[in-house]
Design a protein around this ligand. Sequence first.
Ligand SMILES: Nc1ncnc2c1ncn2[C@@H]1O[C@H](COP(=O)(O)OP(=O)(O)O)[C@@H](O)[C@H]1O
Ligand SMILES: [Mg+2]
Length: 505
Amino acid sequence: MAETTRHELVIEVKNMCKNFGSTRALRNVDVSFYRGQIRGLVGENGSGKSTITSIISGMQKATSGEVFYKGEAWNPGSMVEAQKAGISMVLQEANTIPNCTVAENIFAGRFDEFSKFGIVNMKRLNAAAQEILDSFGISHIKAADSINKYGFEDRKLIEIMRCVSDDTEIFVVDETTTALSLEGRQLLYKLIHKLKDQNKSVIFISHDMDEILEQCTDLTVLRDGEIIGHLDRSEMDMPNAEQVIRFMMVGREIGDAYYREDYDSFHGDKVALELKNVTLGAIRNFSLKLHEGEIIGFGGLSGCGMHEIGRIAFGLEKLESGSVERKGEKIKGCFEAIQSGIGYVSKNRDTEALILEGSIQDNIVLPSESELSHATFISPKREKQMADGEIESFRIKCGDGKQWVNTLSGGNKQKVSFAKWTAKGSDVIIMDCPTRGVDIGVKQFMYGLIADMKKQGKSILLISEEMAELIGMADKIIIMKDFAVTKEFMRSKDLSETDMIEYMI
Ligand SMILES: Nc1ncnc2c1ncn2[C@@H]1O[C@H](COP(=O)(O)OP(=O)(O)O)[C@@H](O)[C@H]1O
Ligand SMILES: [Mg+2]
């Protein structure tokens, strides 16, 4: 699959390597980007997509190799320098400046365009910002307002407006669309196509294969820090394109062994976790029995109460009445929950499930330690063994257990938040959106793990916004709406998403 050369070359990466300690994030990468293209960049979590784009846009330096931008050696010292030279990037995380106006955010670093004798003409600044906002149909955002007034999605849009100006030559979108609603996404699509039509170059990173196939003009696939190949538009239009791309991404057939293959909902007789007449806020008299070897799925729209059920089951909430019981004993808080063998994979991975400013090893051994800290001393050697064992069995992509969790890609972070419970040997695991934001390879791995846990007689509460995942994995699916159960489905080949939606809305 030859890289297309119809368009004019704008930036060229040659023989680039990037190491983080012993992790080889990029290995001899050669890739060129052209004007008038929207280039999709795909690859599993940790394959090196963000590393390439962050080097191009001045966030970090390569270990070796060269970049040529408009024919000249390119070595930006910072993102600001890169943006001034026409290369800008929007990231997944929020990146606006608080306590400033919308206009100040849009023109951050470029006030000189609006100043005379050191005084900024606010009126002109606001008018110019409003013009940009209006031109993209986001007139509901007012340039003179404080940014604090706006929510996450609007801030993301404001950030995007900052990243594109008349001088933009290369616009990088790194996993931004997951943060946007359909409307926000449409806006971004419109923007990248406009840039393409203006003969600029767009680099688009996304997990969403449909989006990539619809929006991009070509595609580059990465695996383990290496460029695996390129597809042009005609190849992307082939009926089996998606399979080809996935195969390139993971280096093997994904096949059908994705979800559980069996359709019997057989489980043990013993109750592993019970919620008895739980009442808290809008949740009234909620009861549930989770058996050994059983996977119970929870589905519903956001705000239906299913995430709260997960938190309650892990002892994170103080109940008004009712109880959470494990083996006949009441669980009164999350420490008791952990001690009794319950684990919890939070939906808010970065704020609740992990200590980001800690090593992989610290995170993995944490639940095991809190239990034993006052009784026994776990030797550093034992800790290392425990962590190394999990790193290996989970195939966590890292240098070693000492690497900080905040340097891992989303999928690998999620593996760590699972691994800490398997290391602890927890028998009941509550998972809240466990595969959110992780790519297909990691997803498949997690489904395999969940199926294995069931076989071992462990019990799982799988709370998920993805109906296909519930249908594919759960023995029983409980649908919630407005904090109450509206329907229960047993595992069945014939169950469809439409059957479920009816009870959610
Ligand atoms: N600051 C860092 N420190 C250590 N390792 C890192 C750092 N940034 C990225 N990595 C590692 O480099 C590899 C590539 O990461 P990344 O480019 O973020 O992947 P992607 O964007 O494709 O998910 C991963 O193994 C990741 O863990
Ligand atoms: Mg990334």
